[in-house]
Ligand binder design. Structure first.
Ligand SMILES: [Zn+2]
Length: 158
């Protein structure tokens, strides 16, 4: 175990984790493709965020619409059987999410929540969406100001 590099270990971890969903993989792929580096499931932070970008003091959660109750989303509708059970279970998730986001913000982290239904299975669409999110959160532009290669240059070389 100790012979593994940090990258190998986080890769192994990411393979084992059951919460490793396709939309989450697409978000990570898109970020990586754009030249962003990140850590996964950083345990020291509240809620073990799915993706952590220490350089930008930003965390990203990729939330399943059902498990985290995406408001006004058809993917979030409850199963008809056992509805009380699900209501309680998901209610607790939502409470926990709120608490974790509050704590992260108090620690000075920027929190981005991406819903699974927002991520298109098409990688190019996922990248465009991520790009928009990063610009909205002043991450993409701050990167350009620092003189790092802009996304479009990376793209044209790919
Ligand atoms: Zn949704």
């Amino acid at each position: 175990m100790d012979k593994l590099t940090k990258e190998q270990r986080s890769w192994n971890m990411s393979r084992i984790k059951s919460k490793d969903t396709l939309p989450e993989m697409l978000v990570r792929h898109a970020l990586w493709h754009m030249g962003y580096r990140y850590r996964l499931y950083y345990k020291k932070l509240p809620g073990k965020p799915d993706i952590v970008m220490p350089k930008y003091k930003t965390v990203i959660f990729v939330h399943g619409c059902f498990w985290h109750r995406h408001e006004n989303c058809k993917e979030a509708s409850r199963p008809k059987s056992n509805s009380e059970y699900w209501e309680n279970k998901i209610g607790r998730n939502v409470e926990r999410d709120k608490k974790n986001i509050d704590m992260l913000e108090q620690l000075g982290w920027k929190v981005i929540v991406i819903w699974e239904c927002q991520i298109d299975k098409n990688v190019d669409n996922a990248i465009s969406f991520l790009k928009k999110i990063l610009i909205e959160n002043n991450i993409l532009s701050s990167k350009l100001k620092n003189g790092t290669m802009p996304y479009d240059i990376l793209e044209s070389r790919a």
